[in-house]
Design a protein around this ligand. Sequence first.
Ligand code: ADP
Ligand code: GLC
Length: 495
Amino acid sequence: MRDALNILFTASEAVPFAKTGGLADVAGALPKALEQIGHNVVVVMPRYYSIDRSKLEHIPGPLGVPMGPMGTLWAGVFKGTLPGSDVPVYFIDYEAFYGRSGLYADENGFSYEDNDKRFIFLSKAAFELASKIDFKPDIIHSHDWHTAIQPILQKSRYAFDERFKDAATILTIHNLQHQGHFFKGAVDVMEVGWERFNPHELESMDGVNFLKGGIAAADAVTTVSRKYAREIQTPHFGFGLEEHIRAHSHKLYGILNGVDYSEWNPAKDRYIAKNYDIDDLSGKAECKRELQGRFGLPEFHDVPLVGFVGRFAEQKGIGLIAQTVERLVHLGIQFVMLGTGEKWAEGFFSDVSARYPDNFGCHVGYSEELAHKIEAGCDLFLMPSLFEPCGLNQIYSLRYGTLPVVRATGGLDDTIVNYDPATGEGNGFKFHDATADALYNTLKWAVETYRYEKDAYRTMQKRGMEARFGWEESAKAYEDIYLHAIYKKAAEKHR
Ligand code: ADP
Ligand code: GLC
């Protein structure tokens, strides 16, 4: 067996402690999978207001975090573990930054103005915490813009620190749309040196761009699917960073996320009306009935029921759904949506449900329970994303025998194989153009397949339920990248 690696893993959210999206699913699962293949992982995240301190262990003594002109700020530290594992999670407790109702924005959706400081603080706190608990990382693994400056910190502020100087840095991009763009004064708070403020590193339009700087400094950059790793090198998906990413493409890799099947398994799911599995799908009909009831829809067993769960954000294709929804309900289907986000969408879809109470239901809010019920109770699951770095719901859908209807982008394209009526192959339905017509025609095709090609539908359903996108394989792919980064770094040092 290889030597165990020490991995310092910092994320702004992790299941089950705090979640706004898939990043939390990854940060709650990948460290466990890394532990299972023999590594030592320490997870660091903020102690948000919603995380109950009384259930955590208090680590005595304050943690000093240097913040440039703001001086040293002193935080508390609490400790928990990722459920079902021994992976420690250290919570950085600093009321002035994290004692708020939201993770990144207030209840009206406005980003907190001090987000630069909040996440520079988290990024540095992880280094200080490692010193405090005497953890010497071989790998510093950062996620999205929130902790993207860690690779820069390792190469500047902590470059001569024995504990960190040989660590290899990995930055995972879960979503390139959010880059952490702030006033340039943040460079002083980072304490990384103004020489890094140049168009090849931190500078962007006279401000700082955390993700850009991180991409330049990291020893390896990963994204959460192969297709997305290619897409972000093009203007359409690059959000202005495509050239920068192309310049660093020699160290860019795509690794598909796994799924935590201990949470997402219809045979054991605690939230659904009746458990079921591949050998006996009768429980799924029960789940459908219950779901129809929850949304006040008539409980017809043979009406195609389509589901959507996700953030109401442009990324998720909610604009396309809004343009098509009236035509869709006229297909004689039922459609249920769960999500929160853009206010226009919350209002728009609630209004549609008032007008078509027998065909359309919308629940505005965040509900783990309802998300599981939708996966289990629906016949088809819609994800018309404009871009999708990985996407998790289509993978959950496969496991629940709910055929995905997706736009062919990013991880959706990598995981879903289009139905081929000639051969019967496939596990779902895909369209390419980001247009209302393409969505409509493909969903119509899926509905017709459900109605009139029952055998083909069943075969695909079973194929999807059998497939596994476990974390073990992904964890091994990360391990390869960690080892490669360490090797490359050592080779450079001796050059
Ligand atoms: P993203 O991270 O871009 O939001 P993903 O598909 O990777 O997209 O992950 C989204 C995760 O958040 C999934 O686990 C999904 O079930 C969950 N989720 C999103 N919105 C809601 C909601 N309103 N209620 C419950 N779960 C939700
Ligand atoms: C992001 C992406 C999503 C991905 C998730 C976890 O939020 O939008 O596609 O699955 O991160 O990596």
